[in-house]
Design a binder for this molecule. Sequence first.
Ligand code: AMP
Length: 282
Amino acid sequence: MIIFQEAEVLKNYLEGKRRHGQTVGFVPTMGALHEGHLALVNRSLAENDCTVVSIFVNPTQFNDPADFAKYPISTDRDIELLETGGCDILFLPSVAEIYPEGLVATSNYGLGDLEKLWEGFYRPGHFQGVCQVMDQLLQLVLPDHLYMGLKDYQQCMVVKRLLQLTGLGDRVELVPCPTLREADGLAMSSRNRRLTATARAMAPAIYSCLQEIKSELKPGPTHELMEQYRQRLVVKGFRLDYLALVDASTLKEVEIWNGEQLLVLLVAAFCEDVRLIDNLLC
Ligand code: AMP
């Protein structure tokens, strides 16, 4: 695996690959890698000539400085995992490499409702930060395929919008990949490393709750069912940002389900002081 720290050097290298007709798959991450990330890498390795993984903990997407400060970092272990997994290229830039003009919000991407709802509402500025870094990374890597996890359902929608806004949608194909889970159902996440033993024991209740809602869901009003499960999570000790049943393509809340509309359950809950998100298509 070749490790690049400078954008310009990576860019030149990838241009050479493309000149030789090679396809490029890209997996952007913030490191602290787990099997969920590695599943994206494996998919890219299977579908492209050359796979690029980036590790960059992007400061502009953290609305909470404490969350940024506590974000887990394990670069040596990440390099080992990627090396063993057969990854071709790791891009490991510094903050100055990605933001040569400093950490200023230079762009305002037209995300519409996507940044007003759910994660957008509870993490103001988060998706602008995601777009800022993804815009840079995409212009640099110009991948044929971009692999992202459906664990971050709304983020996949935002990046799809970004591809349209930047005109890259014609050349970069977004490949949304399924969520990998621990044996007890907890969605794998770098943040899980911060869970205490008590919080770790409690955390799988988030996904069980989504599964139970899905199995109990019937056409008609949804409010009572959702309220019952919100309360259940609170009683179990979670602090909820949201638990919502929404239209899978608009993310608008669905209060009366016609039995046909494709839905997704979205949840963001604090387990002690660790904020976890998950979702389930219904
Ligand atoms: P992160 O490092 O958390 O920014 O995640 C990097 C990429 O990995 C994003 O596209 C995530 O959606 C994806 N990802 C994170 N956790 C999982 C998971 N449990 N299963 C599949 N993909 C994931």
